[in-house]
Design a protein around this ligand. Structure first.
Ligand code: AMP
Length: 427
């Protein structure tokens, strides 16, 4: 099959690595790709916001299947547009991608179908939102309804902070994404990500993972797109997994089908393991980045038939096999990220680091320039390793990080710390 993968981050490098390894793949292109993806696929420049250009590319390459990595094009309806041109495409339709594109849509769905989530209300004007915040008290969570580059959530510790967030969102800080605001109850507990592959009717459990959103060790500093992850999460037991499939994933699939927007693709659940059981923080409609990287390292089965079965509604009786080992990834970012940072610094030692036992390196924001790999973004590399325990995977990943010569980069040194504390405790 001739396959076109859309995207250009670490998630797409991991997907390209797995898709390229499939015996079904005869040719893989990635648009726009990056310097690491170029080792697995032929990269083609394209602007993913320009759906007509993407469709023209699929036509020119005469591809058999298209895989969409990132959230923005999915929410903008790229799957509908590519499918309309006659190309089978993996991912949810625009109507189904509202599970990620509108927090209010998802909250209403949870309320209607009894899916456990934080108590909430939706607002379209600041005064009513502020009155609600004052009545509820702090801590409280303020969310822009639409996509906001991962910055649309404010966990407010005080009423003043919540009111400032409401003003900021209605003031247009996130454009039309902030025309409506969701205010919800603050949940406490351990956060876990869980992934299921869906075909509109059937869902296949994938695996759990834990992301590390803050920039610095000990979950300090500003929020980022994710500084590291590991899978599986020991706290996410088989019982919890079964409960999650039965109380979240399957009712959501039934609800979406009933509403005439059957969900196909990856359903990504952000869960809080509260004292009252798991509650939904949010849905996403694609693989997480960097969670995808650790999932692909653990997936034993061929990914390509699974993606096709999702698109074709054939997941019934489908089965995926996983390695029991832990996979862990450390994100190396350019100093300054998630604030302002420079581009173009040279990264050395990648080959030696990538050759170490159990190690795989995926590129996020990199560029090949004059025979060298240079940094071309905030999050730049995913240094991944597998191991028999989270501690072993962590040790291997940081040994590889230490081989990389990139003075302009930084990373957290504690990815996986919650699970490693648990491993020590149970020994
Ligand atoms: P999101 O952008 O929706 O992933 O939210 C960013 C982060 O905000 C989440 O990963 C949680 O850590 C936190 N968060 C979101 N909603 C809540 C909530 N209701 N209670 C506590 N923390 C939350």
């Amino acid at each position: 099959m001739k396959i076109l993968l859309l995207g250009g981050g670490g998630r797409e490098h991991a997907l390209a690595w797995k898709i390229a390894a499939s015996p079904l793949t005869t040719k893989l292109w990635c648009a726009p790709g990056n310097a690491g993806i170029a080792q697995e696929a032929e990269c083609v420049p394209v602007e993913l916001t320009d759906h007509a250009a993407v469709v023209a590319l699929a036509k020119r390459l005469a591809v058999d299947f298209v895989v969409v990595g990132p959230d923005n094009p999915l929410v903008a309806g790229i799957v509908d547009d590519i499918e309309a041109a006659g190309f089978r495409t993996f991912g949810p339709s625009k109507a189904a991608a509202r599970l990620e594109g509108s927090k209010g849509f998802t909250k209403d769905l949870c309320r209607k179908y009894g899916i456990p989530t934080a108590a909430y209300e939706r607002f379209s004007d600041a005064a009513a939102a502020k009155a609600y915040v004052r009545a509820q008290g702090a801590p409280i969570v303020v969310k822009a309804d639409g996509l906001a580059l991962g910055k649309g959530v404010v966990v407010a510790q005080t009423i003043a902070e919540a009111e400032a967030a409401i003003d900021m969102m209605f003031g247009g800080a996130f454009g039309t994404s902030g025309n409506e605001v969701v205010i919800e109850e603050f949940l406490s507990g351990e956060e876990v990500s869980y992934f299921a592959l869906c075909d509109g009717e059937t869902a296949i459990p994938l695996a759990s993972a834990q992301d590390h959103k803050r920039a610095f060790d000990g979950d300090q500093g500003p929020n980022t797109g994710g500084m590291g992850a590991y899978s599986p999460v020991p706290a996410f037991t088989e019982d919890l997994e079964r409960q999650t499939m039965n109380e979240f994933v399957l009712p959501t699939l039934r609800a979406m089908k009933e509403m005439g927007c059957a969900f196909k693709g990856i359903l990504y659940l952000g869960l809080m393991l509260t004292a009252q059981g798991p509650k939904l923080i949010e849905y996403n409609v694609r693989f997480g980045d960097p969670e995808c990287q650790v999932l692909m390292l653990r997936l034993m089965s061929d990914l390509v038939p699974a993606l096709i079965a999702s698109r074709d509604g054939q997941l019934k009786n489908f089965d995926l096999r996983w390695y029991a080992e832990t996979a862990l990834t450390v994100v190396m970012a350019t100093k300054g990220y998630p604030g302002a940072y420079d581009r173009g610094s040279v990264i050395r030692g990648l080959d030696a680091a990538g050759a170490m036992e159990g190690v795989e390196i995926f590129h996020a924001g990199t560029k090949a320039q004059g025979g060298e790999i240079t940094a071309n973004g905030g999050r730049v590399l995913n240094v991944c390793a597998t191991g028999k325990s989270v501690a072993e995977a962590q040790r291997r990943a940081y040994a590889a990080v230490d081989r990389i010569d990139w003075p302009e980069g930084f990373c957290r040194r504690d990815i996986g710390y919650l699970a490693i504390a648990g491993e020590k405790h149970s020994r």
